[in-house]
Structures are given as structure tokens and as C-alpha cells.
Design a binder for this molecule. Structure first.
Ligand code: ATP
Ligand code: MG
Ligand code: FE
Length: 347
């Protein structure tokens, strides 16, 4: 079954063609980062308009790349939420219009289920059950996953998401958005041990996270260095490294707890921050000690993309799930309310 996937939840227009037997056939992404750069954040109306501008040309582009025609598409999956409602509506409207005109099934997909299943597109996909760490710009969650749509929320951030903390730290250090990769690159030149940042909420039991205190700690450190006339390149790199190490340690401590609590031997990391090299290395070390393993997607499928939506949608469309006549656009949508697929496969 050939599925067209459409992602328009925020500031990235993503499309992909995924075939349930032949795998991923083509994908493309257009980032609106330059459009929003002058405003210091994503402007919802500009985002919606640009999705309108880019979506159909991108779909034509991947069809051409795959040597396929529109008529070959057998199902359409689009991101129905969570996200910016206007941006979501663009993807949903295109999906439903195409689907209606071609009499093929259409399904609204949960953006975080897309992220969570993205590692399934890789060579060595994780088997169920596993623990998933979702670390993106808007979410930091630990989820127990026993099958598609079988999600138990184990813990989440009580304030900022990890990606958001990276983006704000980048701003404090004079780096552009998206901050994650830039902070990581700067941290490469940092000297370990000059600063020690807190590991929030690791000294008490539980699987929740908090990153807003860490952000304040970073701000205070930056301000103190500036006041001392010592905010040169080396200091900024040392701060970036101290911040990144604190985030990685904190996430690793909570992931270890979650694996021990559930008895799971597989950890999946997904979302933009899962592209972070130091996080991957930290989790490799932690899981190896537990006799467990860690799975993640290639970097371009950690951040927003159409492939993850095509894949997640393909699983559900193949099982017969589909939308009615209405476009779904759900700004807030808890992951654990999704219906199961009953693809259970216990250890
Ligand atoms: P959500 O998925 O929660 O709705 P989002 O779609 O904006 O939010 P993603 O696209 O999954 O989030 O990820 C973007 C985030 O990932 C940004 O905060 C970015 O800074 C962060 N990020 C990307 N690459 C890295 C990296 N190498 N290291 C750390 N953070 C990174
Ligand atoms: Mg984004
Ligand atoms: Fe995302």
C-alpha cells in the first residue's frame, strides 16, 4: 500500500511516500526557519501561508523522484496535532481534498506518535515492548510502549521541554534558532569541569523532568561571566558544554529509572533532541551497563519530517483506520488517548 505522508504542524513542510512492502520511496522537507527568523519565534499566520505555498510542489517533487503518479497513491496520512491549528489545517485540507478526489482513505496522525515510530524506518528497528524518551521542541516525555497506540505515560516535563531549553540557551549564548545543533557544536570546544550545572529533579524519585531551573542557572552563569568581562568564545563553549552535559545526565538518569521500573531492555529516543551526539553516547553507555540497547532515527528523521507521518499513518491505514469526512486539527492532544492497533508482541 503506497501512503503519502504530510507534516505541517509547525514551521516545517514535510512530505514522504512510504510503501508498506517496499519501504520509504521518497521524502522532502522545506524549513521555514528563514521566514520566521526576524520575529524571534514562529508566526502562526506566516507558517500557514507558507505551507499553502510549498505543500503541493513538494508532493509533485517526491512523486517525480520516486517515478510515481498521483494515481499510485493508495492512502494519505497527515499530522492532525498537536501543533498550530492553522498550520495543521493546511495539511489536513490538502490531504482530505486529494483523498476525496481520488476516493482513497485519509487519516489524521498524532505528531508525537510519528516521532516515536521514526526509528522504525531504520535498518535495525526496535521490537515492542520498549521505553520511549520523546525529546523535542515541545515535549519531554517517557512513555512505556507495548505496541502501536499502546502508550502509558511514565513521566514528563513539568515546565520547559529539553529542546526548548537548548533553544533558549542558544539565545543566551548569541546563537541562532534552532539552537540545539548550535549549542552542541559550540560545546565541542568546551572544557569539561570548569562549570557544573544542576541535574534537576534527579535527587528525588519519579520520572518527571524540569528544565526551567536549569535555564535560569545558565542565564545567571552567562550574566556573571559577562559582568566579569569574561564572555569570550572559550567561556561560551564551556557554558554550552556544562549545559549540554547537565541535560544529557538528567535524561540518562531518568531513562535508566524507567528501564529498571518497567523491566524493558529496549530504549527508543525520538524527537529533535535525539539527534544530539552526546545524548546518544550517554544513553549507549547507560544502556550497555544494564544489558539493554538504545534505538534512534537518522538525524533528519529526529526533527520534524514527512516520513515519520507516512510511516505511522501507513500502520494505521493498513489496519483499516481512517478519518470520516471531517478534517482533524487538534492543537492539544494527549498521546495516551490514541486507539491501539493490537499489534502486541510481548517478550
Ligand atoms: P514537538 O515535536 O514537541 O511538537 P518540534 O516539532 O518543534 O516540537 P522537533 O522538530 O522534534 O520539535 O525538534 C526540534 C528541537 O530539537 C529544537 O528545540 C532543536 O533545538 C532540537 N534539536 C535539534 N537538533 C538537536 C541537537 N543536535 N541537539 C540538541 N537539540 C537539538
Ligand atoms: Mg520544527
Ligand atoms: Fe516535532
Amino acid at each position: 500500500m503506497l501512503i503519502l505522508g504530510i507534516e505541517t504542524s509547525c514551521d516545517e513542510t514535510g512530505v514522504a511516500l512510504y510503501h508498506t512492502e517496499r519501504g520509504l520511496l521518497a521524502h522532502a522537507l522545506f524549513s521555514q526557519v528563514a521566514i520566521h527568523a526576524d520575529y524571534g519565534g514562529v508566526v502562526p499566520e506566516l507558517a500557514s501561508r507558507d505551507h499553502v505555498r510549498k505543500l503541493l510542489p513538494l508532493i509533485e517533487q517526491i512523486l517525480a523522484e520516486a517515478g510515481l503518479a498521483r494515481a499510485d497513491i493508495e492512502g494519505i496520512a497527515y499530522t492532525a496535532g498537536p501543533g498550530l491549528v492553522g498550520a495543521l489545517m493546511v495539511g489536513g485540507a490538502v490531504a482530505h481534498a486529494l483523498g476525496f478526489s481520488m476516493s482513497i482513505p485519509v487519516l489524521g496522525v498524532h505528531h508525537m506518535e510519528g516521532h516515536l515510530l521514526a526509528p522504525m524506518l531504520e535498518q535495525n528497528p526496535p521490537a515492542f515492548p520498549f521505553v520511549a524518551l520523546l525529546v523535542s521542541g515541545g515535549h519531554t516525555q517517557l512513555v512505556q510502549v507495548s505496541g502501536i497506540g499502546e502508550y502509558i505515560l511514565l513521566g514528563e516535563s513539568v515546565d520547559d521541554a529539553a529542546g526548548e531549553a537548548f533553544d533558549k540557551t542558544a539565545k543566551m549564548l548569541g546563537l541562532d534558532y534552532p539552537g540545539g545543533p548550535r549549542v552542541a557544536a559550540l560545546a565541542e570546544k568546551g572544557q569539561a569541569g570548569r562549570y557544573r550545572f544542576p541535574r534537576p529533579m534527579t535527587d528525588r524519585p519519579g520520572l518527571d523532568f524540569s528544565f526551567s531551573g536549569l535555564k535560569t542557572f545558565t542565564l545567571n552563569t552567562v550574566n556573571a561571566a559577562r559582568a566579569a568581562g569574561d564572555l569570550g568564545d572559550q567561556t561560551r563553549a564551556d557554558i554550552a558544554l556544562a549545559f549540554e552535559s547537565a541535560v544529557v545526565d538528567t535524561l540518562a538518569i531518568k531513562c535508566k529509572r524507567a528501564l529498571q521500573l518497567t523491566g524493558c531492555k529496549r530504549l527508543v529516543i525520538a524527537g529533535g533532541v535525539s539527534a544530539n551526539t552526546r545524548l546518544r553516547a550517554g544513553l549507549e553507555t547507560m544502556t550497555a551497563k544494564l544489558g539493554a540497547s538504545v534505538f534512534y532515527a537518522r538525524p533528519e528523521f529526529c526533527t520534524d519530517n514527512g516520513a515519520m507521518i507516512a510511516y505511522a499513518g501507513a500502520q494505521r491505514l493498513r489496519a483499516g483506520q481512517q478519518d470520516g469526512d471531517r478534517i482533524a486539527a487538534v492543537p492539544r492532544w494527549p498521546l495516551d488517548t490514541l486507539p491501539p492497533l493490537n499489534q502486541r508482541c510481548d517478550d
